[in-house]
Write a protein of this length. Structure first.
Length: 201
């Protein structure tokens, strides 16, 4: 299961290269059009169907204090586990004095949260739940080389993808994705959900 069209288009295109007949094996890619994985998770698990989830490491600003953020990405993943065993994470304060500083400090906090919660991330992975260090676009930028990003820097590539997510992801897939790049993405640590889903085919 994935959040939206960017993940769906990218993963579908990768599967076309590395495992074009994956649906014949009873495996399906589902776009939930948002972040509400829980109803799907509960239904499929009740039916005995194995699931894999890829989601972003989102932070959400408090309505009462623009410097207080809730780690909603990790907490949405925790909600898919037994909360009596794994409690939700508390809010965090992020200081900034400009729009650019806010964006950079939020990204840094996401990376810090991912790094300092490695045991939780491993616990989630064991249940088929995979969260990005930051988000899909940042994950992809880190996997690709300068040549594979059309000589764009990581930051420029991320900004380009996020400026028109669905359109630019499709443009990248159509003009740049190859068998070699698809294999590289699938085998990377950032996208290990794909190998887990396919069963390391």
């Amino acid at each position: 299961m994935v959040e939206g069209p960017s993940e769906y288009y990218l993963f579908s295109a990768i599967f076309e290269y590395v495992s074009p007949n994956f649906e014949a094996d009873g495996k399906y890619l589902l776009q939930v059009d948002g972040i509400n994985f829980k109803p799907y998770s509960e239904l499929y698990r009740a039916l005995g169907i194995d699931i894999w989830i890829k989601t972003d490491n989102d932070l959400k600003a408090s309505s009462g204090d623009k410097h207080v953020f809730s780690p909603i990405g990790l907490n949405r993943c925790i909600d898919l586990l037994d909360q009596s065993v794994t409690p939700r994470l508390d809010n965090y304060r992020i200081d900034f004095s400009s729009k650019d500083e806010r964006k950079q400090n939020i990204k840094s906090k996401k990376e810090e949260l991912y790094s300092t919660n490695r045991s939780l991330v491993s616990q989630l992975n064991a249940k088929g739940i995979f969260i990005s260090e930051v988000d899909l676009e940042n994950d992809l930028a880190k996997v690709l080389s300068d040549r594979e990003r059309n000589e764009m820097s990581e930051l420029d590539f991320i900004n380009w993808l996020q400026s028109s997510k669905q359109y630019n992801m499709l443009e990248y897939i159509d003009n740049n994705l190859t068998q070699e790049i698809a294999q590289k993405i699938m085998q990377s640590e950032y996208f290990k959900v794909l190998a887990e889903f396919l069963g390391d085919e």
